[in-house]
Write a protein that binds this ligand. Structure first.
Ligand code: ADP
Length: 287
């Protein structure tokens, strides 16, 4: 059955998909940011995810959903080589970023993280002033010209400027949880990354702060590409243009690993998924 974007649900889904979303252009008209082929992510000898093949597109919000332990965080951390910091971790397969293979050992992970920034579950401002939190990356990268303007711009983009403009010298730690997370987003975008990865960015926040984070992703996606891990299906349905559903597969001797089950327009994933496992998950029958 074909569906118009204005249709809300066809299956008994627990999730309401935004009705006003405009349909995505055809895939071939979207610009690829990541081209991921057969990616395995392995801790020691234990694979956390296996065989992930997907493309992630520019200026979209892409959500990764799935049950706890299916490798969502591991996967998103592969995208900017953040797992390299974990002893015994390795990833195999191909990870291309704008056509360049960034999965190999010859790539400088620090340079990768300069253009592919990350925001974590718990807000983690530095014990420094609000201004210095945002200016920190700019100073490290010697982007020191027009520092004040860059700090203001990042705080404005993160929808925090009006709340902090009169107390830029106050500690970042004096802010509320939601403000701290927006400060971390300001810190991430100040260095003008291309992609912002967000690992459960709102799970420690109240609903109003959550809404602010979702709104700013929506407002900023013309400038950045976002990849967000969320256990909150409503959130994926609200913010994401495309959604990838990961699930846990099992093998002999208790082996378990995560794999990508289905990846499509968010509307399709939540209203007319192709795979029974996705349907079971989005209808709340599993997970
Ligand atoms: P999710 O984000 O979907 O909950 P994770 O990526 O956190 O899943 O975890 C996937 C699997 O990888 C789990 O079995 C978890 O125990 C394992 N894992 C995660 N982080 C580490 C780590 N630092 N060292 C070893 N195993 C890990």
């Amino acid at each position: 059955m074909t569906m118009g974007a204005e249709d809300v649900t066809t299956i008994e889904t627990a999730v309401r998909v935004e009705t006003k979303r405009s349909p995505l252009p055809p895939r071939e008209r979207l610009e690829q940011v990541f081209d991921i082929r057969d990616l395995d992510a392995i801790y020691g000898s234990k694979p956390a995810v296996k065989g992930v093949t997907m493309e992630i597109y520019k200026n979209l919000v892409t959500a990764i959903i799935g049950p706890s332990g299916c490798g969502k965080s591991t996967f998103i951390r592969c995208l900017n080589r953040m797992n390299d910091l974990i002893p015994g971790f390795r990833q195999t397969g191909t990870l291309r970023y704008h056509g360049q293979d960034i999965g190999g050992s010859d790539i400088d992970p620090v340079a990768v993280r300069r253009t592919i920034g990350m925001v974590f579950q718990r807000p983690n401002p530095f014990p420094k002033s609000i201004y210095d939190n945002v200016a920190w990356g700019l100073k490290v990268l010697r982007m020191k010209d027009s520092l004040d303007e860059r700090v203001e711009r990042a705080l404005t983009q993160a929808a925090l400027w009006d709340e902090v403009k009169d107390r830029l010298k106050a500690s970042g730690l004096s802010l509320s949880g939601g403000q701290q997370q927006r400060l971390c987003i300001a810190r991430a975008i100040a260095v003008e990354p291309d992609v912002v990865l967000m690992d459960e960015p709102a799970s420690a926040l109240d609903p109003i702060a959550t809404q602010a984070i979702e709104q700013l992703m929506h407002d900023l996606k013309d400038e950045y590409s976002f990849v967000i891990v969320t256990h909150n299906m409503q959130q994926a349905a609200r913010v994401a243009d495309m959604t990838a559903f990961f699930s846990i597969s099992t093998g002999g001797e208790g082996a378990r690993w995560g794999e990508l089950v289905e990846y499509d327009d968010t509307t399709k994933i939540f209203t007319a998924p192709s795979d029974k496992r996705t349907e079971d998950y989005v209808t709340g029958r599993f997970g």
